[in-house]
Design a protein around this ligand. Sequence first.
Ligand SMILES: [Zn+2]
Ligand SMILES: [Zn+2]
Length: 255
Amino acid sequence: MTRSRLETVAARLLQSCRCALEAGLNLLLPYPCLACETLAQASDRRLGLCPDCRLGLRLTARPGCRGCGRPTARFARPDPLCGSCRASPPPYDRLVAAFEYRPPLSTVVLGLKTSRLEYLADDLAAALLARDHDRLAQCDVVTPIPLAPLRLFRRGFNQAESLTRVLSEQLDRDWRRLLSRRPRPKQALQSRARRIELQRGAFRCRQALQGERVLLVDDVVTTGSTVRAATECLLAAGAKSVVVAAAARTPSWDE
Ligand SMILES: [Zn+2]
Ligand SMILES: [Zn+2]
């Protein structure tokens, strides 16, 4: 085992102990709401938010565009596409996102991502299943969007993978790490068009697929370029179809 691998394993073990201790304490003690820090009852800590902050959560529109989740006409066909998704159709069958990515939900995602509050993955997965259980259940295998190796090493934790594990358990399907990342330049300063171009070929499929229907999981979908590129990679490797599940999507995809 290489030294970096050993360090990762040690960090994960330490993290598991911390999480178990935290989970124990959380059952007994009032907890500070992730968004406003008011102390809330331990028995009612869904999504780490107090009841008042939970009222501020925004579910995604329904019916929504199957490509990006934007609101569509009330009497639209069952699987509508908005104008911009019609101009550039998504390679996946549908995006299922539970929430709009704005406060207080953004603090929940941050709590999972940076503070590794694993119980939030349970609550976010439950919200996704409540949103469209039947659609999510139409899969043979569940897989996360991977982090770049260096980022995974630094963080020691992939939040999309914790969501994947919970969904796989709840849906009674296997989960596998089907994708890996190729190294690529930093995205922050690139235009949207350039980011989309760079995403093409950003993924590698680790194994050939045999016509499986894949549920591809990410924490937040922003421009959609990442899930598009990952889907194209899975389809090229032999997947029959892909549905994307995300805890949240940004309200506008044009930023
Ligand atoms: Zn609060
Ligand atoms: Zn759309």
